[in-house]
Design a protein around this ligand. Structure first.
Ligand SMILES: *Cc1c(COP(=O)(O)O)cnc(C)c1O
Length: 370
């Protein structure tokens, strides 16, 4: 049947409009709030390395030039810091970009992409955008469960996304569990280890995945400059992958996907070990403090190894996450609602400055008494 002309318009592929667009953390408080503490996106409370700031200023003087399309200086800096071959690294416009490219390249309609119950939500969007089917493995105690992941694998599975540590739970699985997962996965399934928070983890049984990538043909590791390096606004991520995966990504990525400011800031950030160490020490101190204080208020928190903490609120109907969020927002503390992650009654809080951390705890104490 012919349609009236005004109703004919370009339509996206089937399934695209079923995707729930990613909702970033809020950044604004109501008018009249004197100071806003953004604790909703796991940003570095110490900011970026001063050297990265200087590097970006220098780029501002020559913005007419295209960046180096292969981001060689940045790949070399990453490779040197981590002891990797730069040929096995691709840099990207935030690690989100490369997660999406992996889904586009390795999933077809009818295939399945797997992630865990409270896993990072961009995996869902990218799997759906590729026209594939999402399969969600249950977690145990808010942690990825290798047996549940393996039980969810089918002949159609092509990708498993595992954030380790995971966002928004902050939990991790020891690397021998990752190895056990890999050993039991079919060899044609790509295991994506998203190690966005690796630098924060202080546990002897944790590894980000470098050795497993090097020793396998079906494992990749993604990393980001957005979290520990405090460069979320510049969008810099990278992947360490076997050569055959690099060859795929080099065919589909944008030719200048990492901009000139990002390249220079990334190189400077990589060289500033002291800034990374200061950030880790700050996080270690305040994550421990927050965990103790919030637990002391009678709130359950999920044990976190990242730079954020998942806070669970009472089910009494009047002191829930929504009420707490409103209460804190009115006082300038912006946390993250996580209902979309399967936590309707929890908030995720980024470890902030001392002032922000103390302020949130004091406000929550008042809130719970109110
Ligand atoms: C923040 C985050 C990322 C990626 O961030 P980019 O800014 O795109 O590099 C990836 N995975 C997880 C689990 C994250 O929390």
């Amino acid at each position: 049947m012919t349609q009236p002309t005004e109703q004919i318009r370009p339509e996206p592929r089937a399934g695209i409009m079923d995707i729930a667009a990613y909702v970033p953390g809020k950044s604004a408080a109501p008018a009249g709030v004197a100071k806003v503490h953004k604790l909703s996106s796991n940003e570095n409370p110490l900011g970026a390395s001063p050297n990265a700031v200087e590097a970006v200023k220098a780029v501002a003087e020559k913005m007419e030039f295209y960046p180096d399309g292969s981001a060689s200086r940045l790949r070399n800096a990453i490779a040197q810091a981590h002891g990797l071959n730069p040929a096995n690294i691709v840099c990207c416009n935030g690690s989100d970009e490369v997660l999406g490219l992996l889904a586009q390249c390795y999933l077809s309609p009818g295939d399945e992409g797997l992630f865990t119950e409270h896993g990072f939500l961009v995996y869902r969007n990218y799997i759906q955008a590729a026209g594939a089917t999402c399969v969600v493995a249950t977690e145990t105690e808010e942690r990825a469960d290798v047996d549940a992941i393996l039980a969810a694998v089918t002949p159609r599975t092509r990708i498993v996304f595992l954030a380790n540590p995971n966002n928004p739970t902050g939990t991790y699985i020891p690397f021998d569990e990752v190895r056990r997962l890999h050993a039991a996965l079919p060899k044609n399934v790509l295991l994506v280890l998203d190690a966005a928070y690796a630098e924060y983890v202080r546990r002897n049984d944790y590894e980000a995945g470098v050795e497993l990538v090097a020793a396998s043909q079906n494992v990749v590791m993604t990393r980001t400059f957005s979290k520990i390096h405090g460069l979320g606004g510049l969008r810099i991520g990278w992947i360490y992958a076997p050569a055959h995966v690099i060859e795929v990504l080099e065919r589909v990525r944008g030719p200048f996907n990492v901009n000139a400011a990002a390249i220079e800031a990334g190189v400077a950030a990589m060289a500033d070990r002291a800034h990374v160490e200061r950030t880790v020490a700050h996080n270690e101190k305040w994550l421990t403090w927050l965990t103790g204080e919030l637990t002391g208020l009678g709130l359950r928190v999920t044990p976190s190894v990242g730079n954020f903490i998942l806070i669970h609120f009472p089910d009494d109907g009047s002191h829930g996450a929504a009420e707490a969020d409103d209460y804190l927002t009115a006082r300038g503390y912006i946390l993250r609602r996580v209902a979309a992650y399967g936590f309707p009654n929890a908030l995720r809080m980024t470890v902030g400055t001392e002032e922000a951390n103390r302020g949130v705890v004091a406000s929550l104490a008042e809130f719970l008494r109110s």
